[in-house]
Design a protein around this ligand. Structure first.
Ligand code: NAD
Length: 290
């Protein structure tokens, strides 16, 4: 298959390398000067998209996705598929889907879960939105880059699933961190706290698999000085997307709103920039109630 791949950063780079390693003809483009094992670099997004069966994008946000889509859609062959794996707002995903349909192209929004480790290992989870035909066109590539692909519904459904998942993740991480900080102040040993909660009704992915307290639970960014991992500013971006969606859908999401405010405070006014999103724990430890 001929694949155009646009956006070869922390996530896109290893995803494109995995497709090339499976024998696909991968033509890449990135604004930055990058080189990826097995990927032939093009001079523009349009050049990478020309003659491709599938074009994959892995970009920072919806505004950039819309701009890139305007360049690549006219260069693509009718019947080809545009697969956006970035995390973007639902409206941008639907707007690009409409442009693809008008141009006779298939479109899938397919944001991922699994982070940089999953991108390198080819174990990402894809949550996809689009027609059955569009999902079928992308599925063989999801099978190379990931271990699971869920077809969530029509265009935009993948982004909807992603932002709902990450709203739960952000809220749960904050709850886990504030509980650890309370336990510390109550004189509870951290290992005992982990042993109880990880096997009790307070268990969660943030406690059991990504524990924000160093030295307890499996290895996580807390054991590495809170180097990301999943950066606090990316969590803030995703929480903002969920609140933007809640606003336009008229959904009441008070916990998501509070999580957004706390991550905004952490990233913009405290020392959260460049830290993993689990660094909320040392943040709570420094604070007192008043
Ligand atoms: P990144 O910043 O490392 O990569 C983005 C790449 O896009 C960069 O190389 C940049 O040069 C390129 N780019 C920007 N504008 C461009 C343009 N107009 N044309 C071509 N290339 C352009 O970011 P990342 O960590 O790879 O994340 C990409 C997407 O994946 C984001 O939407 C992010 O929210 C999502 N995501 C990231 C993670 C993670 O753990 N990093 C996990 C899940 C989802």
């Amino acid at each position: 298959m001929k694949i155009g791949f646009i956006g070869l950063g922390n996530m896109g780079g290893p995803m494109a390398a995995n497709l090339a390693a499976e024998g696909h003809d991968v033509i890449g483009f990135d604004m930055a000067d990058v080189s990826i094992q097995g990927v032939t670099m093009a001079a523009s997004g349009a050049e990478a998209a020309t003659g491709a069966d599938v074009v994959i994008t892995m970009l920072p946000n919806g505004q950039i996705l819309r701009a890139v889509a305007d360049q690549v859609i006219p260069a693509m062959t009718a019947g080809a598929a545009l697969v956006d794996c970035s995390t973007v707002d639902v409206d941008s995903a639907r707007a690009v889907a409409e442009k693809c349909t008008a141009a006779g192209l298939l479109f899938v929004d397919a944001p991922v879960s699994g982070g940089i480790g999953g991108a390198s290992a080819g174990t990402l989870t894809f949550m996809a939105g689009g027609s059955t035909d569009a999902f079928a066109a992308a599925k063989p590539l999801f099978d190379i880059m990931g271990q699971k692909a869920v077809h969530c519904g029509e265009a935009g459904a993948g982004q909807a699933a992603k932002i709902c998942n990450n709203m739960i993740l952000g809220v749960t991480m904050i709850a886990t961190c504030e509980a650890f900080a309370l336990a510390d102040k109550l004189g509870l040993d951290r290992q005992k706290m982990f042993d109880v909660v990880s096997t009790s009704s307070g268990y969660s992915w943030t406690m059991n698999a990504y524990c924000p307290a160093p030295g307890v639970g499996p290895q996580s960014p807390s054991d590495n000085g809170y180097q990301p991992g999943f950066a606090a500013e990316l969590m803030l971006k995703d929480l903002r997307l969920s609140q933007q969606a809640a606003q336009s859908a008229d959904a009441d999401t008070p916990m998501g709103e509070l999580a957004q405010a706390l991550y905004a405070q952490f990233v913009e006014n405290e020392d959260g920039t460049g830290m993993d999103f689990s660094a909320m724990l040392p943040r709570f430890e420094k604070r007192s109630r008043g």
